[in-house]
Design a protein around this ligand. Structure first.
Ligand code: ARG
Length: 590
């Protein structure tokens, strides 16, 4: 983790403590009471090792400490350091001048980001909301660190839902030959699949026939395959629209059906590598480890922890059955290696699929296809309603994704109408909707990403859409407020870069900039955007404090005024960079 001030300070301290810079760096921390100092060095461990009192140890350090960047004092076993204004100024200016906020790039890796996971012929619902949001943000975060990230939507387009849908259409249209592409609308599909799925649960013969149709599609038999292509096209239109509405992009629009060409190959490959076993006609791969216990996937977040012991084998091929989920995932891994030569693969998929991925990753590793430690499942928790239970309609059904977004847009519009910008926009409904859309998405995304990925969270629109507090709209609002200050400040540009004025209110903003940069490193390390969200909020809050305490544009001292404006520019830049990384839209005014 590269913290500019910790590095500087470690260098200064190295001269007087006979400890390596990198070691000192690790010891340095932010003091609990931020008004006391900017950084602190706890002396307890080294005092103990040397048999002296921590306070004496801290005093001894202060006595010999010399630096042009920091002032030191000893308090209760800590050496407290304050960053000098000139050092702050150099740092803040470098952040403002650097495209990447001084965040250092790593050695470039190629990473496949498997996210989205929409299923063809089925409607996108609430359960599909987190994967694209987290996937898009993680993709951008890895790019900040210099990596090449290719995201793949990995459509679920090769399973039983195809057979079910086509069988049902055949029944309704009398024959598949009667299908007209223009009749296969989304509304039509939205009726067909649930009907077929419900029937298959009670009608064994219907289900068997749908399974048979699925195999026919997978063998590209007509007219089943042509019907499948038509449905595929119709669903894709809807899926694209949903992701566009979320401001999410994919480089690859591949799916399970694209890996199909490699399933025979991968099965052969695994057999040749000697990792498979046949059990009652089923081809399996043993992936359990000696003495291991694994957590059983939970159906309800409130379920008690239960362990599966040992880990069940991966099922590669059942007698007489079409392709299985795990087989497709292994074929996809092969395809990705062949086409993109990735260094790593990241899967952003529901936490409840943990065991599936563990089985797939272990199989790939066991067969020498791809190393286990280069495959990561970023498993996310469930979205709950305000009642604390999984988000459902009143009737207990899953909620369609586009309706969730629509509801957020309507609520954002209502909020907007409470202020001047909204009132002014009432004559321009299209502009109003565009603005409300951006605010809605920022609310949904921040509400999601500000939680640790693994955690379940409660989707509460009234909270998420508030313009005050730890929300997406608050961040947008802070940027919009800075935009208006900067607009009014036009024409007073100084000849050279003004110095940042480090005083009580501005110091807090400056410190939050330092911590925001830290949070990028931490979020990358833990594959969760929550640290960045928290810090972006802290920065926005510190800025609001500064704004409330300072009359920026009416400041009489010209030098100070320019310094304040410079801090506005810096805050804007940091927040916009962060919002861009999180794939949250920004707005000029709100
Ligand atoms: N379509 C799957 C689902 O709805 C998610 C796909 C996740 N990605 C993968 N490579 N298995 O559950």
């Amino acid at each position: 983790m590269k913290n500019y001030f910790k590095q500087l300070l470690a260098k200064d301290l190295e001269k007087i403590l006979s400890i390596k810079q990198a070691e000192i760096y690790k010891f340095l921390e932010y003091p609990k009471d931020e008004t006391m100092a900017d950084l602190a060095l706890p002396c307890f461990a080294s005092a103990k090792a040397n048999g002296v009192k921590p306070q004496d140890c801290a005093n001894a350090v202060v006595e010999v400490f010399k630096s042009k960047n920091f002032t030191a004092s000893a308090v209760g076993g800590f050496v407290n350091f304050k960053i000098n204004p000139a050092a702050f100024d150099t740092f803040l200016q470098s952040v403002l001048d650097d495209k990447n906020l001084t965040i250092q790039k790593e050695k470039k890796k190629t990473i496949i980001m498997d996210a989205g996971g929409a299923n063809v012929a089925k409607e996108l619902h609430m359960g599909h909301l987190r994967s694209p949001i987290i996937g898009e943000a993680l993709k951008r975060l890895y790019r900040v660190f210099g990596h090449k990230v290719i995201s793949d939507v990995h459509l679920g387009d090769w399973g039983l839902q195809m057979g079910l849908t086509i069988l049902q259409i055949e029944i309704e249209k009398k024959s598949l030959k009667n299908i007209k592409e223009e009749e296969i609308t989304l509304d039509f599909l939205n009726e067909v699949y649930p009907k077929a799925s419900a029937k298959a649960k009670v009608d064994e013969a219907f289900r068997k026939k749908a399974e048979d149709y699925t195999v026919r599609i997978q063998k590209k038999q007509e007219p089943y395959y042509e019907a499948y292509r038509i449905i595929h096209r119709a669903s894709l239109k809807d899926i694209r629209k949903n992701y566009d509405n979320l401001f999410v992009e994919f480089e690859l629009w591949l799916g399970e059906s694209d890996a199909e060409a490699y399933t025979d190959y991968i099965i052969d490959y695994l057999i040749k590598k000697g990792v498979t076993k046949e059990e009652n006609g089923t081809l399996i791969v043993e992936v359990k480890k000696e003495g291991e216990h694994i957590l059983k996937p939970k159906t309800n977040p409130t379920d008690k922890d239960e362990y599966l012991n040992p880990m069940p084998p991966l099922i590669l091929k059942k007698a007489n059955e079409g392709v299985l989920y795990a087989t497709t995932d292994l074929a996809t891994i092969y395809q990705r290696i062949k086409d993109y030569k990735p260094d790593e693969m990241i899967y952003v998929v529901d936490e409840r699929q943990r065991m599936h991925f563990e089985q797939v990753f272990r199989t790939a590793d066991k067969a020498g296809l791809f190393p286990r430690d280069k495959m990561l499942h970023v498993g996310f928790g469930t979205i709950n309603g305000t009642d604390g239970k999984p988000f459902k309609t009143r009737g207990g059904n899953t909620v369609k994704l586009n309706l969730v977004v629509e509801e957020a847009i309507e609520k954002a519009e209502a909020r907007l109408k409470e202020n001047d910008v909204g009132v002014a926009l009432e004559r321009d409904p299209q502009a109003m909707r565009e603005l409300a859309h951006k605010i809605a998405i920022s609310a949904i995304k921040f509400g999601d990403l500000s939680n640790t990925v693994k955690k379940d969270y409660v989707l509460d629109f009234d909270k998420f859409l508030s313009f005050e507090g730890k929300t997406g709209p608050y961040l947008l609002y802070t940027v919009a407020r800075i935009n208006s200050i900067l607009e009014k400040a036009v024409g007073v540009a100084p000849k050279s870069d003004p110095k940042f004025q480090i005083e009580i209110a501005t110091h807090e903003v400056a410190m939050q900039v330092v911590k925001l940069i830290d949070s990028f490193y931490l979020s990358l390390k833990e594959n969760t955007l929550s640290h960045i969200c928290q810090q972006a909020f802290n920065l926005a809050k510190a800025f609001s404090g500064f704004y409330a305490a300072t009359n920026i544009l009416k400041e009489k001292d010209e030098k100070k005024k320019q310094g304040y404006i410079q801090l506005c520019r810096l805050t804007k830049k940091c927040l916009e960079f962060t919002l861009d990384t999180l794939a949250m839209p920004t707005v000029q005014k709100m």
